[in-house]
Design a protein around this ligand. Structure first.
Ligand code: ADP
Ligand code: MG
Length: 491
């Protein structure tokens, strides 16, 4: 049916929500697991390797310090570089350097000036700038007699650490040794850290895709079930609920279809009962009408009882109308469509309504092109248009105007029926097509249910627009050609 009835169609909002929640939780989980464990591992490894290197540095510096004598060092003066003593000591230092795997070993006095250095060409007495700035705290500590280690530093892009050990003469610290050892593992660990980050990012990306896919596999079938439930809610019990998957949602779909079948069965029972009752009432009503007519014709023209009898006949006819509505609803017959003039259908309905319209002082404005044809069951459509126009008339108890227009729209004809009546609020609009829903004291509530079914069976549709106190417009769409005549995609 028309758009006005579909205003609760489940939009994609919940897919977004489930998707978002899945993506968010998955990404958080991956970040937490990969990132968290990577971060912990990174720090544990770094600290442990640094501790190991520190021990190695302290050991190496201590060993070198022990192999040197304070009094010999004290005698070294600037310019002694060429003397055999200095050369011998330097050679020993160079040996030690390769034994402990150091990059450089230097010996300096308490003022931070060079005494011995494995770096060729470093003269006695030259100051080490890093001792005064970067390693000042270490320098103070080592001069106080405490072996110590520097922080990590980079030289020409290579990471190093320095171990310091004091050299004593008696109780006095007369010099100190600094051993630089490369900390290549730091680069490796940094690389490891970067890889962890990259993997976390990649994992998050893959997870987003995975979560979106998962969300779709959940929300797609849910949407299918929502649509099925909405169709059932509108009273369309013909379309089977297809189990959208083989999991719990599929089970839900099967259960819903079982419910639908039971509703169909109950519906059929109800209709049968209704038809039976209507039939039982209709026969005696026929009798009443005939005999009342006979009595009326027996009475003289001037007899006031004649008007009473005519009241009886009128009420009986009204009752008959209601019974006909019941039977129409309870015992629908399949449509036999053919090409028919739209104007003819409208005229028939108009003819049946003429007395009522005159009584309520309703002006009818008809604008239907005489050559406009539709392909429908004429009797059924006449009935549907009659029901719609009658509702319009009943909505204008104080008089008004009923406009009926028709025009071609592609493969369809659009018939609009507009009244200037009381209109409907959203609660009435929502239940308009429900069988037995009525706000009228003497209404059956079947008029619109019948309209809806007739249009469905005749490949038509209806849209309702109404404003309380303003009036109502029903827009009916009907096919102009048999379904077989239409191009495949439009059929
Ligand atoms: P009935 O006419 O027997 O009440 P219907 O199915 O034809 O049953 O209509 C159901 C209800 O919808 C009516 O009782 C009325 O409240 C409302 N309705 C239908 N058409 C109109 C209309 N044109 N204007 C105002 N209300 C309407
Ligand atoms: Mg009605």
């Amino acid at each position: 049916m028309g758009g006005a009835r579909d205003n609760r169609t489940g939009g994609p909002w919940f897919r977004v929500r489930i998707g978002q929640r899945l993506v968010l939780s998955f990404v958080l989980l991956v970040m937490l697991v990969v990132g968290g464990s990577g971060y912990v591992l990174y720090h544990m490894t770094l600290t442990s390797l640094q501790r190991q290197l520190r021990a190695q540095l302290l050991g190496a510096a201590g060993l070198v310090a022990q192999s040197l004598h304070g009094d010999v060092l004290r005698r070294l003066r600037a310019g002694d570089e060429a003397y055999p003593l200095h050369q011998r000591l330097t050679a020993r230092l160079t040996d030690a350097r390769s034994v402990v795997g150091a990059a450089r070993i230097a010996v300096f006095d308490p003022a931070g000036r060079a005494l011995l250095d494995t770096e060729p060409g470093w003269p006695i007495g030259r100051e080490y700038p890093q001792l005064a700035i970067r390693d000042r705290a270490e320098m103070q500590r080592v001069l106080a007699g405490q072996p110590t280690c520097s922080v990590l530093f980079y030289e020409q892009g290579v990471p190093y650490m320095t171990g310091y050990a004091p050299i004593y003469l008696g109780d006095e610290v007369v010099a100190a040794v600094g051993v630089d050892i490369g900390a290549g593992f730091v680069d490796t660990i940094r690389l490891f850290g970067r890889s962890v980050l990259a993997f976390a990012a990649l994992g998050a990306l893959v997870t987003v895709g995975l979560a979106l896919w998962l969300a779709r596999t959940i929300t797609r079938p849910v949407q299918a079930l929502v649509r099925a439930a909405q169709a059932i809610g509108r009273g369309n019990l013909q379309v089977a609920v297809v189990a959208p998957s083989r999991d719990e949602l599929g089970y839900l779909g099967e259960t819903m279809d079982e419910m639908r079948r039971q509703l169909v069965a109950r519906d059929a029972q109800l209709r049968q009962m209704l038809a039976g009752v209507a039939h039982e009432i209709r026969n005696p009503l026929g009798g009443i009408e005939i005999y009342a007519g006979l009595i009326a014709s027996d009475l003289p023209e001037s007899d006031p009882r004649r008007t009473h009898i005519h009241k009886v006949i009128e009420e009986v006819r009204k009752l008959n109308g209601v019974i006909t509505e019941f039977l129409d609803f309870a015992r629908p017959r399949p449509p036999s469509p053919r090409l028919v003039a739209t104007a003819h259908l409208v005229d028939q309905a108009r003819f049946l309504l003429a007395p009522e319209m005159e009584k309520a002082r309703i002006e009818l404005q008809c604008d239907v092109p005489p050559d406009l044809e539709v392909f429908v069951d004429p009797q059924q459509l006449q009935r549907a248009l009659f029901n719609l126009m009658k509702n319009g008339v009943q909505a204008m108890r104080q008089g008004g105007a009923l406009a009926v227009t028709a025009r071609a729209d592609g493969e369809q004809v659009v018939i609009a029926i507009t009244d200037t009546g009381v209109g409907m609020g959203p609660e009435v609009m929502a239940r308009l097509f429900e069988p037995f829903f009525t706000t009228r004291e003497k209404g059956s509530g079947l008029g619109m249910a019948i309209v809806s079914r007739i249009l469905e069976e005749n490949r038509g549709s209806i849209e309702m627009h109404s404003e309380e106190g303003q009036g109502t417009t029903c827009r009916v769409r009907l096919p102009r050609r048999p379904a077989a005549d239409l191009p495949a995609e439009a059929a």
